[in-house]
Write a protein that binds this ligand. Structure first.
Ligand SMILES: C[S@@+](CC[C@H](N)C(=O)[O-])C[C@H]1O[C@@H](n2cnc3c(N)ncnc32)[C@H](O)[C@@H]1O
Length: 226
């Protein structure tokens, strides 16, 4: 393990921006996740975001801001979620830590990332996470996965239309896909709209906000499966 670098707790900022804050155990798990990723980075080149405050904002805060309604209202609901193209586990692992009643499948097409995530899950000792090495477009055709999830998250994987194609087939009727985006343009909106309609979905809402420290622009595109 590397020399311990502490993540900032940011209790006031969690509270102010999300009306939520991690409990002691969750804070420890965030810290442990950070340390495991710093170590894993040497071998797997997982993320450029390693400075503690930036890690807090771009990996922890950003991951949870996308599922804010669940954090506020669905703490005890058994939600079946999948994080597509999870990479080093974002947003899936922070979601699993923060919503223990939610089961999260971490999906990535790169085996080495999933192998790394398996060790992370074991060391974090979290039981509500499982991993899968697959391409999303293949998984979505499999009967045991197609139309079986309540929530699908996807961050930094491709265009918004591609993200719709990867997420919507996996959702049950009434399920929600959260597309984590930075900037959001009119062209993206038009191309997304036609894809979503073909996939029996609708654009339920677009949540526009800035991150609390660097004021970076973010959009969460919430798609509903009809
Ligand atoms: C830029 S990384 C984003 C990782 C993480 N979601 C984040 O925001 O930090 C994109 C990830 O998506 C995975 N990926 C790309 N295309 C995929 C596909 N069709 N199915 C599953 N995973 C895919 C890649 O292997 C990579 O780990």
């Amino acid at each position: 393990m590397c020399d311990r670098i502490s993540l900032p707790e940011m209790t006031d900022l969690w509270q102010k921006t999300m009306n939520w804050q991690p409990n002691e155990q969750q804070q420890q798990q965030f810290q442990q996740l950070y340390e495991l990723i710093l170590v894993g980075n040497n071998q797997f080149n997982l993320t450029r975001i390693t400075e503690p405050t930036e890690f807090w904002e771009k990996h922890l805060w950003d991951s949870l801001r996308g599922i804010l309604p669940l954090l506020e209202n669905k703490q005890d609901t058994a939600v079946k979620a999948i994080d597509i193209g999870t990479g080093a586990g974002f947003p899936g692992i922070p979601i699993a830590i923060s919503l223990p009643a939610t089961t999260v499948t971490l999906l990535d097409s790169t085996r080495k990332k999933i192998t790394f995530l398996d060790t992370v899950i074991e060391q974090l000792n979290i039981s509500n996470v499982q991993t899968l090495t697959f391409r999303a477009e293949i998984l979505s055709k499999q009967p045991e996965h197609r139309q079986t999830y309540d929530l699908a998250t996807i961050r930094a994987v491709g265009s918004a239309a591609i993200c719709a194609e990867y997420t919507l087939p996996l959702l049950k009727s009434g399920g929600l896909a959260v597309l984590y985006r930075g900037n959001w343009t009119e062209e993206e909106k038009i191309s997304l709209q036609s894809t979503v309609e073909k996939l029996d979905g609708e654009v339920a809402s677009i949540d526009s906000f800035t991150t609390p420290l660097s004021q970076s622009v973010r959009h969460c595109i919430n798609l509903k499966k009809l």
